[in-house]
Design a protein around this ligand. Sequence first.
Ligand code: SAM
Length: 267
Amino acid sequence: MSLQGHRARKRFGQNFLQDSHVIQRIVNALKPKAGDRIVEIGPGLGALTAPLIEAAGKIEVVEIDRDLVERLQRQFSGEVLQIHCGDALKFDFRALAGESGKLRLIGNLPYNISTPLLFHLMAQLDCIADIHCMLQKEVIERMAAQPGEKNYGRLSIMLQYHCRVTKLFNVGPGAFNPPPKVESAVARLVPHKTPPVQINDEALFARLVNQAFTQRRKTLRNALKTYLSAEQMAAAGVNPSARPETLSLQDFANLSNRCPPTQETPY
Ligand code: SAM
């Protein structure tokens, strides 16, 4: 697919899908049905939008680039495509969902805002049925990684607390125009119905996990000493000499639940 005269904007992470096989594979992974409330983030030139409309009847999109919004308005009727021109990082998906059922999100997401966007979505999961997203392969591997794996870290733990994360398949740079410098991959995120672990204070848990991985090479005893003593770590069932990348979600939950309630945390 040519860019139809559009100049790809780097600042909006614009790499447009042009490989019809990959486009179909992503749509098949979503399994859209008539009546689904599908919201595509960053529709661009409509590579995924058109087959999604074909399968679901109508969809909604959130696009930041006004030029692309104008093109989409010309390309699709308002009956089948509702366009929200704005920044997905600030978008209120909960207000969009309203009372009428959960949203199914899909997007070949702008890679330059992937982590803040994922955290923005995690804060609104009560209105989301599932998320299918394409991102830099390395980010998808971090999202899905298990303890002890190379890419395991803060992103793995925070996302897996909220969702079941499944890496689906890789996509090479040649599937895009212009081709990105990195490999990409597609993942499915399904919010847990009940949390997989019990966490007494989610904000404290998030700060503790963040702190543990900014000090990745240190033992827990050193990395988390402002939160817990070595004795408190041991009482939580965690070896203070272990390194953060070996701990499970349950271990981090146990540590954060063991933090003294009056604990002054650094930020
Ligand atoms: N879905 C199209 C495709 O697969 O060909 C385009 C994908 S391109 C990687 C990312 C899209 O997200 C672009 O259309 C870009 O303008 C849009 N975008 C970038 N930042 C955005 C933001 N903060 N909010 C909404 N859309 C954004």
